[in-house]
Ligand binder design. Structure first.
Ligand SMILES: [Ca+2]
Ligand SMILES: [Ca+2]
Ligand SMILES: [Ca+2]
Length: 375
């Protein structure tokens, strides 16, 4: 067939466009460019190590900052006002009387309207100083903070569901056992000024609050023994968690009567998952999003397909352009489309940027950031 000049130009243009879109379509890790993280927040030194995420019913976002990198800046919980579109300190974390530090990590609102958070004292003192704290809220303002659960090693992720508080403890320090723990503590155990206490980890198997124990197999250059880190529920109430140290991913299935069954391994394969930090549930797709601190990646567990896949992964980055820099927490911004934020749901990702051996993040740099991904 003879082509005239116009046809040739059109064919040529189509080839160029196809070539460009193929090139722009995926990054070097095979991730779809439509999920490239963008910069949502860049904090100054006031939040030199951000960690946890929560949201209130109005869609305002809360980010905890334990500030391990420069504790001269007191640990704080920051609040993003959705309407004003700006961040401000919400409340200073309560200092532990023995360590002198506050260290808020995972946080979530309860149905009682109060904010609960994990006070991770493990980096200051490994001897059961960590606690679960309650921030009493009145008319949107913090009134006071007090411990509700004590005798924790490394309080990490927290969730509230029904009449109970759930959280993970990432270390046990029981000889020759590399364990992590998922706890469920009924709200009645810390009602009326009471404080609930966990049993020591050597007795975790018989602790009535302990729902499941994870086991970590340290590997490679990381040799990290950290256990259960992130935690979330799906819409049925099944629990998901995973190990920071080796990426093993678990579920604890809910029974018909609301009790929980035995913890089950879903993924134990370093080629698929080698680090699980914060996780969250995405009801629309029935997925669990997973922050992979080691590889600067966001993965997801497709509950229906029973498969783990990667949404995004990037090279070492300082995060100033929005790319992931040791992502530690993920949160789907609730009904974000209703807030006039466009037609796609938003995934908020906190970058911890406080590196441990063997992670892709090479430097605790000066950019302290939150990323946002259009889903
Ligand atoms: Ca975490
Ligand atoms: Ca950074
Ligand atoms: Ca960095």
């Amino acid at each position: 067939m003879m082509m005239n000049r116009t046809m040739l130009v059109m064919v040529g243009l189509a080839a160029v466009i196809a070539g460009q879109s193929a090139f722009a379509g995926v990054n070097k890790y095979g991730c779809d460019e439509q999920y490239r993280p963008k910069l949502f927040a860049q904090f100054g030194e006031i939040a030199n190590v951000p960690d946890g995420l929560a949201q209130d019913k109005q869609g305002n976002i809360y980010c905890s900052a334990p500030n391990y990198q420069d504790p001269n800046h007191a640990a704080v919980i920051l609040r993003y006002d959705r309407k004003v579109k700006s961040w401000a300190p919400f409340v200073a974390a309560l200092r532990h009387p023995d360590t002198g530090f506050g260290a808020p990590m995972g946080l979530e609102f309860g149905e009682d309207g109060n904010l609960y958070y994990c006070d991770n004292q493990y980096f200051a003192d490994k001897d059961y100083k960590s606690r679960i704290m309650r921030v009493t809220i009145k008319d949107g303002a913090a009134q006071r903070i007090e411990p509700v659960i004590e005798n924790v090693k490394l309080a990490n992720a927290i969730r509230l569901r029904g009449n109970a508080l759930y959280f993970t403890d990432t270390f046990g320090d029981v000889k020759e056992r590399h364990e992590g723990y998922v706890y469920r503590v009924p709200m009645t155990a810390f009602a009326d000024g009471k404080v609930a206490r966990l049993l020591p980890k050597s007795q975790a198997g018989s602790d009535p609050f302990c729902l499941g124990i994870t086991t970590t197999t340290p590997f490679g250059t990381r040799q990290d023994t950290a256990g259960a880190d992130g935690m979330c529920f799906d819409k049925k109430g099944n629990i998901y968690t995973g190990n920071f140290g080796d990426g093993t991913f678990y579920t604890i299935p809910i029974n018909k009567d609301g009790s929980y069954g035995e913890i089950e391994v879903l993924v134990k394969d370093l080629n698929i998952s080698s680090c699980v930090d914060g996780i969250c549930y995405y009801p629309k797709k029935n997925w669990v999003f997973i922050a992979d601190s080691e590889k600067n990646a966001i993965r997801y567990w497709d509950i229906d397909a029973r498969q783990m896949k990667v949404l995004w992964e990037n090279d070492d980055s300082d995060g100033s352009d929005g790319l992931l820099d040791q992502p530690c927490e993920v949160m789907v911004w609730k009904e974000s489309r209703c807030f006039g934020l466009g037609s796609r749901d938003k995934l908020i990702v906190v970058n911890f940027d406080f590196t441990f051996p063997g992670l892709r993040n090479s430097e605790n740099d000066k950019f302290h950031t939150i990323s946002i991904i259009d889903l």
